[in-house]
Ligand binder design. Sequence first.
Ligand code: ATP
Length: 242
Amino acid sequence: MNLLDVENLVAGHGLLTAVRDFSFSVAEGTALAVIGANGAGKTTLFRTISGVHRAQSGCVRLAGRDLSAMAAPKRVAAGIAMVPEGRRLFGDMTVRENLQVAGEHGRKGPWNLDRVIEALPALEPVMDRPADVLSGGQRQAAAIGRALMCNPRVLLLDEVSLGLSPVAVDSLYRSLALLRDAGATMVFVEQDLDRALAFADRIVCMLEGRIALEGRPERLDRSAITAAYFGLDERAGEGVHA
Ligand code: ATP
């Protein structure tokens, strides 16, 4: 069953259209990677799905329910949680406090502090430290933990490994695998193509606001992905499916 359906979404900044007639679906319990060059529109897409940015037209459905008219807090309550690029934690609050605040504003569900620490073991030693003093990997883990405390049905992760050391990225993907094993549904932006291909059940390549290529990683040809990524292929932009 599809849990998230994005239909003909259009969004922009002033006169610039950053997301053009964008449609995709995510099945429950699967991970979709959104890849694309800088400026392709990935962050605008995520912000529009989460309701932080207003769509010009189109529709976002969660388990069939149309969320398009809802502001961001209501979408969190409905089950969409976003981990933004840059991670935006409350810096002077401890990790524990960051998580607890999120828990107070989310849905009811199975995620609590103990389960979050189990899925994100990097957090255990830093629970009582202020978010400002964390390393990049710890901050990303805390931001994911905060989103989980909202008991989301869909987790949107923007630039999931940006700026992290290889060790921190390994640890992060181990945690994401644990989340997926627990049934989580994820949509994530990943600049590292190998990581995206290795982890995702499906890939969507975004080029100038449109889908240039999509499909299951094992069915996509590497050179077609590179061409779609950089807009080098004449098929790119026409929504090639595999
Ligand atoms: P990056 O990887 O660089 O973050 P992206 O794929 O996430 O890129 P967006 O950040 O969504 O892409 O940007 C899409 C387009 O919208 C770009 O042309 C960008 O310059 C423009 N844009 C993004 N945010 C704004 C804004 N606040 N005001 C004006 N234009 C913006």
